[in-house]
Design a protein around this ligand. Structure first.
Ligand code: HPA
Ligand code: ZN
Length: 326
């Protein structure tokens, strides 16, 4: 399609990417073998065949199990490096990636092992590909506030290597207010915040993420359109929404990509952009998400340029570096 060349060549930032969600089944098998772990699947094809999700939780169950093959610093390096090579192929010039330390420390993997494996790959990508990056530590919202504070304690010696904090995992029943005190402490420490909200959860969780967590962006946020006053606020304050179309499709947030509200968000003047979320699980990296939306939502060249520009302007790059890409 003529617009796909535009999609490929535009400089883009990715702002919603869980590094554990870039674990392809091939690497899952390779790391399982290297670490002498027996997987409950016979083949790469059997793993892919299991990726038939009905909701967020059905995905999270496999995602947390899959992450069990990640054990050494080299494993985290290899995982992150594989993503960064894909990012370069998609002409991503800047990426802000999430990691979930609790998924690993709960299994006895050291916090520093995770952090340094990821960071070593990010540093190499900046040197070899010129891809800049930020690293965002996510708290798992299905776990307790106390567990979150313990994770922040683990991170304390390394805050110079962490650019911000996020909130992810099962949204329903785990409202942002559960973590108001934890995020207040993070703010005191100078860590900017983002939060997943309004993916499966109601619009009220987006209000909470803004007012109680002081979230600078909303990850997903697609359910905001259920509340016109909220849409007005998101537009007025230009709060970015890191939308993940193929994720929403695979997790049945929408039944058909043609029903996705991405164009509606843009038309309302919101700073929305496209992201891949967990590309190894949801069937595509960044440009695949763009192309699927171009196809099913009939994105125009103007929409595509706007989405790419929004990704740069919503990033945490300093203004002069944003200006270079805009
Ligand atoms: N939502 C919540 N938690 C997650 C996601 C998501 O889309 N991906 C990885 N962890
Ligand atoms: Zn996510």
């Amino acid at each position: 399609h003529p617009l796909d060349q535009l999609i490929r060549k535009l400089p883009k930032a990715e702002l919603h990417l869980h590094i554990e969600g870039s674990l392809e089944p091939e690497m899952m098998f390779a790391l399982a073998e290297r670490n002498e772990i027996v997987l409950p699947y016979a083949s790469v094809e059997a793993v892919r065949a299991a990726y038939n999700f009905t909701d967020l939780q059905s995905f999270l169950d496999l995602y947390y199990a899959g992450a069990g093959v990640l054990q050494t610093e080299q494993d985290f390096f290899d995982l992150t490096w594989a993503y960064l090579k894909r990012a370069q192929a998609d002409h991503i010039v800047h990426t802000e990636i999430f990691f979930d330390p609790q998924t690993h420390t709960a299994r006895g993997v050291e916090f520093l092992t995770v952090l340094e494996g990821i960071r070593r790959a990010l540093a190499l990508a900046e040197k070899q590909f010129g891809i800049t990056s930020k690293l965002i530590m996510c708290f798992l919202r299905h776990l307790s506030e106390e567990d979150g504070f313990a994770t922040l304690q683990d991170a304390m010696p390394y805050l110079d290597r962490i650019d911000g904090v996020g909130l992810d995992s099962g949204e329903r029943g785990n409202p942002p207010e559960k973590f108001a005190r934890l995020f207040a402490r993070c703010a005191e420490l100078g860590l900017p915040a983002v939060a997943h909200a309004g993916e499966e959860g109601p619009a009220d969780y987006i209000w909470q993420a803004l007012d109680l967590l002081h979230s600078r962006r909303i990850d997903h946020g697609v359910r905001c359109t259920e509340d016109p006053a909220l849409v007005a606020r998101l537009a007025r304050e230009q709060i970015p929404l890191t939308v993940c179309p193929l994720s929403n499709l695979k997790l049945c947030v929408v039944n058909d990509l043609a029903e996705h509200n991405l164009r509606e968000l843009l038309a309302a003047g919101l700073c929305a952009m496209v992201n891949s979320d967990d590309p190894a699980y949801f069937g595509g990296y960044l440009n695949d998400n763009f192309i699927a939306c171009r196809d099913k939502l009939a994105l125009t060249a103007q929409d595509i340029v706007q989405l790419a520009r929004n990704s740069i302007s919503a990033s945490w790059l300093p203004a002069e570096q944003q200006a270079f890409w805009l």
